[in-house]
Design a protein around this ligand. Structure first.
Ligand code: NIG
Ligand code: FE
Length: 420
């Protein structure tokens, strides 16, 4: 079935070179006024001006989907998230409001380890059910591809349980989930006296099992004081490379450790958080292939200073924006909120923020050749936003306004009646 999306007052194609956008390239959203998109078999055949696309030889006979004079853009690619967990962390929330730090709460056995208890105690079915519900909320907000990390199991069986839940949800669709193995998220209580032993267990037991079942595309580690060191992270990445998994890293989040430079050297696809950078880190990111994935929703929620997004863009780094959706540092799944924070607090322009949330998010997941822009041959993941001007997307906040969301050519969420 072919579909012709018509009547987009503004179409943002994000078309451009087949690599992450950096520096001034991040201002280019591929704006087409009165745009259209022709779709066949879940893929884009053509995207551009109405006159051009509607004269395509396969446009006649296509079912028409009227965008109603709104903005149409690629679905958001949220490249950093922890969407599998049992419940919220309200006690941590209150403790922080009373002045305790995230690190202090974690050191007392709260934080990540309290979510670990919940995940270990939950059945695979219960986790699957809650992930299904959350997936619907991401689609409602216009996210069509989402990274999904493990990291709340922290033993072999529970990490596999999380990753199997992610795999099943991805197969069921329609939200596309890209799995990341985060067994090195924290050291669980039973390994408290032998932290090194736990890392060996991650490397020698969990990683091979994850790789054997092909349950993850990436490996990640929380490289931070009280969690894992740079040297331990390097060992994990070396083992992951042998198992065919590319690294991602929670880097320089609460303190600066040198994790960013190590991860770039290890071929990381993205380096994430980056709250505590020095000038040498900025210079490195200006020429690194790794995408700098910023998750300012976590800074907002923890009331911490924001990463230096403006300087990163100006120096020529490839910046992505993601939610970091998780129960501890960012209980927010709405990319619009992240765009609002990125513009108003970090001074990214609307164009840079939208590029960071689509095509650069795709590159942060190694999917830049197939996702993140509206170009022939790419997946037909589209978002019709209830706005006449794309700058309204980061401008309004507090209410996500996806008019409809399309995954692989099928409308999977719509706010009202779809006009066909
Ligand atoms: O990205 N920093 C480590 N991991 C998460 C938080 C996880 C949690 O607190 O549950 C983050 O901020
Ligand atoms: Fe995270």
């Amino acid at each position: 079935m072919r579909t012709l999306v018509v009547n987009a007052a503004q179409l943002l194609t994000m078309a451009g070179p087949a690599r992450p956008r950096r520096g001034a390239q991040m201002r280019s959203v591929g704006l087409v006024r009165r745009g259209a998109v022709l779709i066949d078999g879940g893929k884009i055949l053509a995207a551009g001006s109405h006159d051009l696309v509607s004269s395509h030889e396969l446009a006649s006979g296509a079912r028409r989907l009227d965008a109603g004079g709104r903005v149409v853009l690629p679905g958001f690619v949220d490249s950093h998230a922890h969407p599998v967990f049992a419940g919220p962390r309200l006690q941590d929330f209150e403790s922080r409001l009373q002045g305790q730090s995230y690190a202090a709460i974690a050191a007392q056995g709260g934080g990540i380890l309290s979510t670990v208890q919940g995940v270990r105690g939950a059945t695979q079915d219960a986790l699957a059910q809650s992930l299904r519900e959350r997936a619907g909320r991401f689609l409602e907000c216009g996210t069509t591809t989402l990274e999904a990390k493990s990291g709340y199991g922290l033993d072999l069986a529970s990490e596999l349980k999380m990753l199997r839940v992610i795999r099943a949800a991805n197969e069921a669709g329609p939200l596309e989930l890209i799995p990341t193995f985060l067994g090195a998220h924290a050291v669980p209580g039973e390994w408290k006296q032998d932290r090194e032993g736990y890392l060996r267990c991650v490397i020698e037991e969990m990683l091979p099992a994850v790789a054997a079942e092909r349950l993850a595309a990436f490996v990640d580690i929380f490289c931070e004081v009280g969690f894992f060191s740079v040297e331990q992270s390097a060992r994990l990445f070396a083992a992951a490379a042998r198992a065919g998994l590319r690294p991602k890293v929670h880097a320089e989040q609460l303190t600066r450790s040198g994790s960013l430079a190590m991860a770039v050297g290890a071929g990381a696809v993205s380096v994430d958080h980056l709250d505590c950078l020095d000038d040498s880190d900025l210079a490195l990111l200006a020429r690194a292939d790794a995408v700098a994935c910023l998750v300012p929703g976590s800074n907002y929620f923890l009331a911490k200073p924001y990463p230096p997004a403006r300087r990163l863009v100006d120096i020529g780094a490839a910046v992505a924006l993601a939610t970091d959706f998780n129960p501890g540092t960012c209980p927010c799944w709405d990319m619009r909120t992240i765009l609002s924070i990125a513009t108003s607090q970090m001074k990214m322009t609307p164009e840079e923020a939208l590029v960071a949330a689509t095509i650069n998010g795709a590159w942060a997941l190694g999917l830049g050749d197939s996702h993140g822009s509206l170009e022939p041959g790419k997946v037909a993941d589209l978002l019709c936003y209830d706005a006449e001007d794309y700058r309204e997307i980061p401008y309004y906040f507090g209410a996500p306004q996806a008019a409809w969301t399309m995954k692989r050519g099928v409308v999977v969420h719509s706010k009202g009646e779809i006009r066909l």
